[in-house]
Design a protein around this ligand. Structure first.
Ligand SMILES: [Zn+2]
Length: 89
């Protein structure tokens, strides 16, 4: 939008602030931060498995399987991502 007066000698520009904002304001960063917070509550510090539900870390400090051997139902957890490569040769 442009407004001109006094015979075009002075020109003022108006910007819509809502159009100047980023289209996607930090959505991915927020999701990543939220995922890290959730992972801390869902990951067993002993076996490093990440469960679908939050673990009783305050009371047990580990998952039930590590605590008393109660087997976790398959599909309720994911194995930790193996960042180290163990080559056979
Ligand atoms: Zn565990």
């Amino acid at each position: 939008m442009e407004v001109t007066w006094r015979g075009g000698r002075r020109v003022a520009y108006f910007y819509r602030i809502d159009l100047a904002k980023p289209v996607r304001p930090m959505t991915l960063a927020k999701e990543a931060a939220l995922d890290r917070a959730m992972a801390a509550r869902q990951t067993c510090p002993r076996c490093r498995r990440r469960y679908d539900a939050c673990l009783p870390l305050r009371t047990l400090g580990m998952c039930l399987e590590c605590f008393d051997g109660t087997p976790a139902a398959p599909g309720t957890y994911t194995l930790p991502a193996d960042t180290t490569h163990h080559l056979a040769a």
